[in-house]
Design a protein around this ligand. Structure first.
Ligand SMILES: C[S@@+](CC[C@H](N)C(=O)[O-])C[C@H]1O[C@@H](n2cnc3c(N)ncnc32)[C@H](O)[C@@H]1O
Length: 268
């Protein structure tokens, strides 16, 4: 990308915001298994995991015998990813600090590009998508997991959006990546028609209070919002009450159900 990035400052903030995400990766581990299977990743395939975080998808693909590269904005998470790869016995994964909107890989270098709850946070869907298509070989597959706007996490993002400063102009709300009609339209120019599936992430919690505390400590956008309300106790307690009301219908049997959407499509 030769022009200066208009969202460089936003990405700096996102990098800082996601640094505390590592404990949450315990719950993104089962969906990583789902995504790798859904993408049909086979031994010997060259795979890129975009916005890898602590590496749950990349390492699952490497354990299936793929030759894996993985990229993320946040160096703290990549450090965890390297340690996870060492423990899992897959030391050959290539980890790169970088941006989904400006991939540092040559054209047509991957059989499969995957992203779990990751590329959806890049500010410009078209830029991230065109980069992911560029690095795919002809006929290669794109597969990703996203949060639908109508289920818990999508609704939570909308709730956070209502309580946080507005997104900079031109930034697409991430949960639009969870809408099959929007995805179909975004993919149309560069991919065959997509195939969709759904799954449920199950987050154990002893009470809604435990769940909220966990989210406040580990999920950057919520952590930042709570920090910003630290001097306004009335607003903070009304935010917490609203959070509990939002989460309550999804909380049964000591588990919070978080429905996600899987999409896969072959490159044209
Ligand atoms: C919800 S976490 C998901 C991490 C991991 N894929 C998983 O499933 O556990 C979102 C990730 O997106 C990364 N991210 C956000 N914006 C990004 C961008 N523009 N380029 C690369 N990574 C980005 C964050 O650093 C964070 O690791």
């Amino acid at each position: 990308m030769s022009q200066p990035d208009p969202y460089a400052e936003l990405k700096q903030r996102q990098r800082a915001m996601w640094a505390s995400f590592a404990p949450t990766a315990l719950f993104t581990t089962p969906s990583a298994g789902h995504l790798v299977k859904f993408a049909g990743i086979a031994a010997g395939e060259r795979v890129l995991d975009v916005a890898t975080g602590t590496g749950v998808v990349a390492i699952t693909a490497a354990r299936a015998g793929a030759d894996v590269a993985a990229l993320d904005l946040t160096p703290e998470l990549l450090e965890e990813a390297r340690e996870n790869a060492r423990i899992a016995g897959v030391p050959r994964v290539e980890w790169t600090e970088g941006d989904a909107e400006n991939l540092t890989y040559p054209d047509a270098s991957f059989d499969v590009v995957v992203s779990q709850f990751g590329h959806m946070f890049a500010p410009r869907p078209d830029v991230a998508l065109s980069e992911m298509r560029r690095v795919l070989k002809p006929g290669g597959r794109l597969a990703f997991a996203t949060w639908p706007p109508e289920h818990f996490v999508g609704r939570l993002f909308a709730f956070i959006g209502r309580n946080a400063p507005p997104l900079p102009e031109g930034v697409a709300p991430p949960p639009l990546w969870g809408n099959p009609a929007v995805i179909t339209e975004r993919l149309a120019a560069r991919f065959e028609p997509p195939f969709f599936a759904r799954g449920v992430m199950k987050v154990p919690a002893l009470s809604l209070g435990h769940f909220r505390l966990f989210m406040e400590r580990s999920v950057g956008p919520i952590q930042k919002l709570v920090e910003s309300l630290a001097g306004e106790p009335a607003k903070l307690s009304s935010f917490r009450a609203e959070f509990d009301a939002l989460a309550s219908p999804y909380y049964t049997d000591n588990v919070v159900r978080q429905d996600y959407l899987l999409t896969r499509a072959a490159a044209r």
